[in-house]
Design a protein around this ligand. Structure first.
Ligand SMILES: CC(C)(COP(=O)(O)OP(=O)(O)OC[C@H]1O[C@@H](n2cnc3c(N)ncnc32)[C@H](O)[C@@H]1OP(=O)(O)O)[C@@H](O)C(=O)NCCC(=O)NCCS
Length: 147
């Protein structure tokens, strides 16, 4: 069965496993996603241009990746790649590419640019997918012009 992308929420079955694995490995992006969601309105990926997708293999959630208005940019035309995480046992199989290409695909309908902040170990991944390094900003390590 091929990998399928579907909208998710922190209530989706399997989200808890993603969160606990990511925390064990020192990544906070999935925990922050759930905490933001619980805080409410601006953190639920439902404003124009926003989305949150899960990658499913045989109905098991194996990765997540979303897009929101960039909360740091002060400009609703600037989007942000959010909460990209693939379960360790499924890395290197194209799932991250699938999720990030899904985020990029129609981004230009809503945004002029996508920003992101990646950990150094993921710099090569994003640069391979076309993102450019941004120097000197605390909240942005890479961006991609989409419109
Ligand atoms: C970074 C991460 C999302 C990559 O996901 P993945 O599913 O392993 O990546 P893919 O298999 O889809 O790789 C896609 C392409 O990027 C390349 N790539 C992956 N990591 C790379 C790296 N560090 N440097 C250069 N290229 C890289 C792959 O070779 C592949 O190339 P191809 O499609 O041309 O063959 C994943 O390792 C992960 O979840 N890491 C922990 C959390 C994290 O760092 N998230 C990013 C937060 S912003």
């Amino acid at each position: 069965m091929p990998v399928q992308l579907r909208p998710i929420t922190p209530g989706t079955i399997g989200f808890g496993e993603l969160e606990s694995e990511s925390l064990r490995h020192g990544f906070r992006m999935i925990g922050r996603l759930r905490q933001g969601w619980e805080r409410g309105a601006d953190h639920r990926f439902d404003r124009p241009g926003e989305m949150l997708a899960g990658a499913f293999l045989d109905d098991a959630l194996i990765g997540v990746g979303g897009r929101s208005i960039d909360p740091y940019a002060g400009d609703r035309r600037i989007g942000r790649v959010r909460h990209v995480y693939i379960l360790e046992g499924h890395r290197g199989a194209g799932i991250g590419r699938l999720l990030v290409e899904n985020v990029i695909r129609d981004a230009g309908q809503h945004f002029s640019r996508l920003n992101l902040r990646a950990p150094p170990a993921a710099f090569g991944f994003y640069e391979h997918l076309g993102f450019a390094r941004v120097e000197g900003l605390e909240t942005v390590t890479h961006h991609l012009l989409v419109a």
